[in-house]
Every structure is written in C-alpha cells, then in structure tokens.
Design a protein around this ligand. Structure first.
Ligand code: ZN
Length: 530
C-alpha cells in the first residue's frame, strides 16, 4: 500500500518567539532553521519579513537547503490593491519559497479587528493569494480563529477557506488560535470543510490551551488534513503550540499512523529526536522537560524495584516504544546496552570509529555518565563530547597544560571620581616542557582570562588566531548554597566552523575557564586535521 504524505510545518521562529522570555537573535534563528532542515521538516517559517531588523536580516537569504523557506504576513489591507500594499511588497521581496498569509475567518474579527465588510475580507484573501501565485511562489493561507469562527458563522468561515483555495492557495490551514476547541469538535468541523476542499490541501494549526494541541492535530489528520503545524518542544505563547517532537514520534512509531502515512523525517533522523529536542532547549537556555513524551530523561525511566528485573528480561512489557528509536535511553538497566548503542551513534556522528567491545568505550560511557550526574550536558556541547571521546579512545594528545591561572576584579574610583571596574588575569601554560606566562586585562574576569590564555600559546598561536567566542550562556543548576554553575560557550573560526563547549563547577569563573580551554583544544584539533 502506498502511504500518503503528511507535511510538517514548523512555526517555532514565529509562534515560538511569542513565548514569554524567548527572544531569538538572527544567529539563533539561523541555527534553529538548520536543525529543522536537517530533521526533515517540510516547511520552516521564519517570521515576518520586513517587520523588524532581525527578521529583515534573517530573510535577506534563504536559510534552508531542503525545507521550503516560508515568510509570514497579513493579507492585503482593505482599500488598497495588492500591488500597493507595503506588507505584500516586503513579503514578495524576501528570499522565500513560500508565503503564508494569515487571514481573518471569523466574521466578528472582520468587523471588530479589520473594520471592514465580509465581502471585502474575501476580496483581500483572493487578491493576496493571486499576487503570490503570480510571483511564481507557493501560497498558503492560515485561517485565523477558524474553529471559533465556524461555530459562530459556519457559512462565512467556510467561504474564507474556499476563497483561499479557489484563488490558488496550495494549503488552507485551519487554526485553533485561542486553543480552546476540543478534539471531537475539531474532527467534526474538519470533516465538514473536507467536503469542500480536498484533505490534501488542508492543514491544522493547534494551540495547547486545554493541553490537547497534539490530540487536536491528530483529530484533524483523522478527518482528512495532510499538513500539521507546530513548534519544537511545543513552545509558543500562553500554553504553547502543538509539539512537533511528540507529533513526529507518534506519526513515525504508532502503527495507526505509521502504516498509512509518511513524513520527510527519515528513520535516521527519528533516532536523533531526543538530541534535537535537547539541543533546542539549550538554545533557549532552559532545562529540558524530564517528562516530555518520547524525549524526556524520564520518558523511559523506571525506578528499580519490582519492575526492574522484568524490564531487563522483556522491556516491551513496560515500554510503549523502544527508546532507541527516538534516540532516548532506558534508565533502569544494569548492563547498559541501550546507553552504549546511543554512544556508538553519537561517536559515529563525530566520525569516530570504535568497536562496541572495546573496553575503552565502557570507560568513556562511565565517565560521561558520571559527569552528566555532576551537571555536564554533552548533547548541548558536542565539541566537548568529541574532545573527551577522542582523548579517552587515544586519538588526540594533550597539546598544552594549564599550570595555573589567577584573576582579580578591582572596583575603584578613577581620577575623575567615577567608579571603574577593572579585571586582570594571569595564566601559566606549559608546552613541550616550556612555561609561558601571559597577563591581560579585560571587561570582566572571564574576558581577562580569555585574553590572557589566547595571548601566547607558543607554537600553536597561529592556529587559534581566528578563534572567536560568540556566545556565552550561564545556568545555575540547583539553588541554595550548593548551586552548580554550567557554562556553555559558542565559538567560531574563519572557516565558518561553529562549536559549543561546556564547563561545570561550583565556581562560575572555573566553569567558564574549562569551557574556554575546551574550545581552544577543539580548535587545535580541527586545525590539525585540515
Ligand atoms: Zn499560532
């Protein structure tokens, strides 16, 4: 039986941006778009071209390779032609493959928010879609408040959807913007709409205000839609959006869906679902939800006790899917096969070959587990992981040794009576038996240490000249007097490599220094290989 295709549409860069406390930089957006592209998401929507400097810069270039790159915007304003509408002009200028319009489909909103007539709103939808189609791009329309609109005035909501489809919209997406619609209602209303617009042209956009955005998305699929919109880890305003990570797990692994549908996410990428989810949390600088479906640290954890031996004998008795299929691990095992398989995968990703019987692998697994218990998060710091692995497996030597470092912060008044804070650092390193000492001043103790250690690295100085620190994230892992600090540093070089390293300590400066030294070592390692 040929399977029918379900298209996945990500709105993390717009709906996710509405989450309280979330504010993506252009670089964050580029990184997230790259992750989504690699995952096999069909549509990556980037926000509003022209709306603010971040989005204008982001849309100056196409940011995906395989995924369709989507710009989002309002349908044209009433009273002007599409060609005279500045919003439409900005959309048409952006480097996108697809343009998604948000259109009113609830007559109440047409009257109150747009202040126009129902007929004029239909006209806006038609002309906007026609302008995009004429530009040679794919058009789609998100019918905002569709379900509430349908309940208030089914004829008009349907007219809006049909108008978009008739004008040439590839997709008509039905949105539960307020997030209060129930799965049974979604099913019933989508089934009605599917009598007028083919399911293969319909999409669902669900918000999670009653905790059912994923269930609502599947109710819509059951009623015929073939596009699902959502966000990574379900972030979004209020209670969030449909969680694409959970949706991908279910679409790929539950036979009721997997037997009849396929998506752009391959088996290989499905096996990295946990890593994608955690990577995204690290970009947000927040701790992953341990109880998240499929990918949470506790998703396949069972407390040892009466179940432990049964799980060891027959894991299927206590697990709804095999954790390795989504790159997660079972957390009860004594002989850690699941963990090891995961490691081998991770090592393969770094291009490291090792036999699964190699005793050094067991020692590496033990070291990583021990460090993760202390607060290291290697999913987020692949460069530190690769460095640790290559060292344990004997692939790289230690090139330099930091004998000691010292840093001080001085706050004093200058000659003009203004307060000044000055930081100074001294770093002593040893290379081939020779000691080098460097001193530097900086804006803060970490900056001073960074400058000092990179001032003179002897024969390696040339290799680190183009190293640049571009991001620095600090997280306090547990409150109180025993708080542990985790530092993640992103670095780049002149060849466009970007990598993340990690340090963990009770002392923030020490944690930063570890991440810094890892970054330098990683840079020396890649320089030696190129
Ligand atoms: Zn939304």
């Amino acid at each position: 039986m040929t399977k029918s295709r379900i298209y996945l549409f990500d709105t993390t860069l717009r709906d996710g941006q509405q989450t309280p406390g979330v504010d993506f930089s252009v670089q964050d957006k580029i990184t997230i778009a790259t992750i989504l592209d690699e995952m096999g998401i069909d549509y990556v929507e980037g926000g509003y071209p022209g709306a603010n400097p971040t989005d204008t810069e982001f849309f100056a270039k196409k940011r995906t390779q395989d995924a369709s790159f989507v710009g989002f915007g309002m349908t044209k304003r009433p009273g002007v032609s599409a060609s005279n509408d500045p919003g439409i002009a900005a959309l048409l200028q952006s480097q996108t493959d697809t343009i998604c319009f948000v259109a009113k489909s609830w007559d109440y909103h047409v009257r109150v928010a747009l202040g126009t007539t129902n007929d004029e709103n239909l006209n806006c939808i038609r002309q906007s879609v026609e302008a995009v189609v004429a530009s040679g791009r794919e058009a789609m329309v998100d019918c905002e408040h569709f379900f509430d609109g349908y309940k208030a005035n089914p004829d008009y909501a349907l007219k809006c959807a049909v108008e978009a489809y008739a004008a040439g919209s590839r997709w008509v997406v039905l949105c539960d913007t307020n997030g209060g619609t129930q799965p049974g209602e979604i099913h019933q209303i989508v089934a009605e709409v599917a009598k007028h617009i083919p399911g293969e042209n319909l999409g669902i956009h669900a918000h999670d205000d009653t905790g059912q955005a994923v269930a609502n998305s599947f109710a819509a699929v059951d009623a015929g839609v073939r596009q699902i919109q959502g966000t990574l880890n379900g972030i979004g305003e209020r209670c969030g959006n449909a969680n694409l990570i959970s949706i991908i797990g279910t679409l790929s692994l539950k036979s009721i869906y997997a037997d009849q549908y396929e998506t752009g996410v391959t088996q290989e990428h499905l096996k990295q679902l946990t890593r994608y989810s955690h990577r995204f949390d690290e970009i947000l600088n927040r701790a992953p939800d341990a109880q998240a479906a499929y990918v949470g640290a506790s998703a396949f954890a069972t407390k040892a006790g009466i179940h432990a031996s049964a799980i060891l004998k027959e894991p299927e008795t206590y697990e709804h899917v095999n954790p390795s299929e989504v790159g997660n691990i079972r957390r009860v095992m004594v002989s850690d096969q699941g963990g090891k398989a995961n490691f081998l995968n991770e090592l393969k990703r770094c291009g490291i070959k090792v036999s699964k019987d190699d005793p050094r692998l067991d020692s590496l697994v033990a070291t990583v587990k021990e460090r993760e218990a202390k607060g290291y998060a290697y999913e987020a710091a692949e460069a530190s992981f690769e460095l640790l692995a290559r060292r344990r497996l004997g692939h790289v030597k230690k090139l330099f040794h930091v004998e000691s470092y010292r840093t001080q912060v001085e706050r004093r008044y200058n000659a003009n009576g203004d307060i000044k804070t000055v930081s100074e650092a001294v770093v002593k390193v040893e290379i081939d038996g020779q000691q080098i000492m460097s001193v530097a001043e900086g804006h803060g103790p970490v900056n001073a240490l960074d400058k000092a250690i990179r001032k003179d690295l002897g024969k390696f100085q040339n290799d680190i000249d183009d190293l640049e620190l571009v991001d620095f994230k600090v997280r306090i892992l547990n409150g109180g007097t025993e708080a542990i600090t985790r530092v993640l540093i992103d670095s780049i070089d002149a060849n466009g490599h970007r990598w993340t390293t990690i340090g963990v300590s009770e002392n923030i400066i020490d944690a930063s220094f570890q991440a810094l030294v890892d970054s330098i070592n990683y840079k020396l390692m890649i320089s030696a290989n190129t």
